[in-house]
Write a protein that binds this ligand. Structure first.
Ligand code: NAD
Ligand code: TDX
Length: 332
């Protein structure tokens, strides 16, 4: 039994990880979360108080971070500004949280010699051609495209330097696109599902040929737990479940699963610098750590996710109008 400090645990993947950890281990969890527009205390409300508590605070605040890191066995660092489109509108919060916040956590982990796991993204590697036979591996050179992915790349490099220079006991994971419950309605899949619920046509950026490598958030969580338990200090593990799909096919599948004509969507202004394709080679995680994803059937995982949004309108409704207003300003 260990005590975990989970940063960003009131957000999408962090909260799924907290649920997964409480269900599959004896650990206790403290969530450190600033409750930005992307965090919601209601997401954690049904969890047992004796095993899970929420501290509202900023990862970039050294005083808050020092006390909390020093009193836990493991830091699992999810907190980030996470949305590419927001990073194109206003990059500064991405630099502050993703880089300065990670720096503050690393300094505390160094002072207190606490095990650290850093959550990152496949976007640090840039993008692939549609017909490239090679997927991303841990040795693919970093080549980020957006303010979001460049600040995540910067945070990864800080972790690597703190391992090598100061002996911080850290691992890093870079995961592909997640889907599942509790994802903010600004993101592609929940945006389209909630649009259809509202009788609004889904919005596809550009031609919709961009490919993302989808993984269920619960599979991301099991992989992170496995890396914390058995991963080698200083190593990077790529997390993915061979789920490549182009955006057009995903929108068509959502429409079909929701009983609409498959062509009932609109093409809108493309994202600036839009990465074409991400694809993960997770063989190190599979071969060295024996990890396997449980959600191998994307249509069935997507159908469950649609059902979750249908039955949790009270959770997402408060964010929907403001999110769409932000998109309207850029014609998306
Ligand atoms: P999210 O935006 O849903 O949640 C982020 C959480 O971090 C929110 O609860 C927010 O309140 C909190 N937060 C933001 N700034 C903070 C600060 N300064 N101090 C404390 N808390 C703060 O993000 P997500 O999609 O759950 O992503 C979580 C992590 O996983 C991120 O590091 C992201 O880069 C990474 N990741 C995401 C995906 C994906 O598909 N969403 C894929 C790979 C990696
Ligand atoms: O309305 C939309 N229409 C559309 O076509 C939106 C919101 C997105 N898209 C496209 C853009 C992308 O090609 O769908 C794809 C997925 O978009 P997002 O959900 O914004 O995800 P992406 O930019 O791929 O980044 C996600 O995966 C990697 C997460 O947001 C990141 O946090 C993670 O690191």
């Amino acid at each position: 039994m260990a005590s975990y400090l989970v940063t960003g645990g009131a957000g999408f993947i962090g909260s799924n990880f907290v649920r997964h950890t409480l269900a599959h281990t004896e650990h206790t969890v403290t969530v450190l979360d600033k409750l930005t527009y992307a965090g919601d205390r209601r997401t954690l409300e049904d969890l047992p108080e004796q095993r899970c508590r929420l501290v509202v605070g900023d990862i970039a605040d050294p005083e808050v971070v020092d006390e909390l890191v020093g009193s836990h066995d493991v830091v699992v660092h999810f907190a980030a500004e996470s949305h590419n489109d927001n990073s194109l509108r206003e990059p500064w919060p991405f630099v502050q949280t993703n880089i300065v916040g990670t720096y503050a956590l690393l300094e505390a982990a160094r002072r207190h010699d606490v095990r650290f796991h850093h959550i990152s993204t496949d976007e640090v590697y840039g993008d692939l051609e549609l017909d490239d036979p090679d997927k991303f591996t841990p040795s693919t050179p970093y080549n980020p495209s957006s303010p979001y992915s460049s600040t995540k790349a910067g945070s990864d490099l800080l972790v690597r330097a703190w391992v090598r220079s100061f002996g911080v006991r850290a691992t890093i994971s870079n995961c592909s696109n997640n889907y599942g419950p509790y994802q903010h309605v600004e993101k592609f899949i929940p945006r389209q599902i909630t649009n259809v619920i509202d009788g609004v046509r889904p919005r596809l950026y550009g031609a919709g040929l961009n490919v993302r490598d989808w993984i269920h958030a619960d599979d991301h969580s099991s992989a992170v737990l496995r890396i914390i338990e058995a991963g080698e200090i200083g190593e990077t593990y790529l997390i993915g479940a061979d789920g490549e799909k182009d955006n057009k096919s995903v929108v068509e599948l959502i429409l079909q699963l929701m009983g609409q004509p498959a062509d009932a969507y609109d093409h809108v202004t493309d994202r600036a610098g839009h990465d074409l394709r991400y694809a993960i080679d997770a063989s190190r995680l599979r071969d060295e750590l024996g990890w396997r994803p449980q959600f191998s059937d994307f249509p069935s995982g997507l159908a469950d996710t649609i059902e979750w949004y249908r039955s949790h309108e009270d959770w997402w409704r408060p964010q929907k109008a403001a999110t769409e207003a932000r998109y309207a300003a850029t014609g998306q």
